[in-house]
Write a protein of this length. Structure first.
Length: 256
């Protein structure tokens, strides 16, 4: 009887020892920096707690060369669905992807670390020309890849979503009301470029649009660029013809 009790105690200790080896995601921060060409630079930081029994494993894995292909391996290591790209477009793949596990900050329980993803994605917004030099950008909420709840997609309780718009943008529509910043007394935003949602904010009816005003110089530059793109081959031929004509002229002149 005593042997059975001893074996049971040993088994319990083994189970408890295995259970103590874990990673726990403590926060998720997803930031979209919107660009005038409808693309976005996405930065995602994921905070994790590493138990004492997993410290050496984390350090060993971090010491390995971090490549894009390691993301799937790290998903297996920390066993969390939060280590994924939360901004996706089924019609356009991301590009410029980098993944970096941060250094471990140790404490008596184990330690904490930050995992960082950086990537770019196209067609995050649709743009329309509403007036001379004025462009309206409407956010495409289908790019969200957060958890689904009974009421649709929503931010996890540990998550924060940040959207940064170009300087000088005028917010036209925003729902739900962001947790930060606070709107003016008439419910508008002026001179604000970063908007944040957190605390499990629902995203099923998310809408966000803004207007930018192009300067006269930008309009001229855009027009010249478009003309150049449209007639670049003709311009190239004309340049070649002019160079050949100049060479012929110099040759004839030198032969006199």
């Amino acid at each position: 009887m005593g042997t059975k009790v001893l074996l049971a105690l040993v088994s319990a200790m083994v189970v408890l020892g295995s259970a103590s080896a874990y990673y726990n995601v403590t926060y998720l921060n997803t930031t979209l920096i919107l660009n005038p060409n409808s693309s976005a630079h996405v930065l995602e930081t994921i905070g994790i707690f590493v138990s004492n029994s997993s410290v050496s494993q984390y350090v060993q894995n971090r010491d390995a060369v971090a490549t894009n292909s390691q993301l799937s391996e790290w998903q297996k290591i920390i066993y969390s669905t939060e280590l994924t790209q939360h901004i996706v477009n089924i019609h356009h793949s991301t590009y410029g992807f980098t993944f970096l596990p941060g250094p471990l900050v140790k404490d008596y329980q184990g330690g904490t670390a930050t995992l960082t993803m950086s990537y770019y994605i196209n067609n995050v917004t649709t743009v329309s020309n509403t007036a001379p030099r004025k462009f309206k950008y409407t956010f495409n909420d289908s790019v969200f890849n957060f958890e689904n709840t009974g009421n649709g997609e929503a931010l996890p309780s540990i998550a924060r979503l940040n959207i940064i718009v170009p300087n000088g943008s005028q917010i036209m529509n925003i729902y739900p009301v962001p947790d930060s910043p606070t709107p003016s007394y008439i419910g508008t935003y002026s001179n604000d470029t970063e908007f944040s949602w957190f605390s499990g904010e629902p995203l099923s009816q998310f809408s966000f649009s803004f207007v930018t005003t192009e300067s006269l110089q930008q309009e001229v530059n855009t027009y010249i660029s478009s003309v150049y793109r449209s007639y670049s081959s003709i311009i190239y031929v004309l340049i070649v013809v002019l160079i050949v004509a100049l060479l012929v002229y110099l040759y004839l002149k030198s032969g006199r």
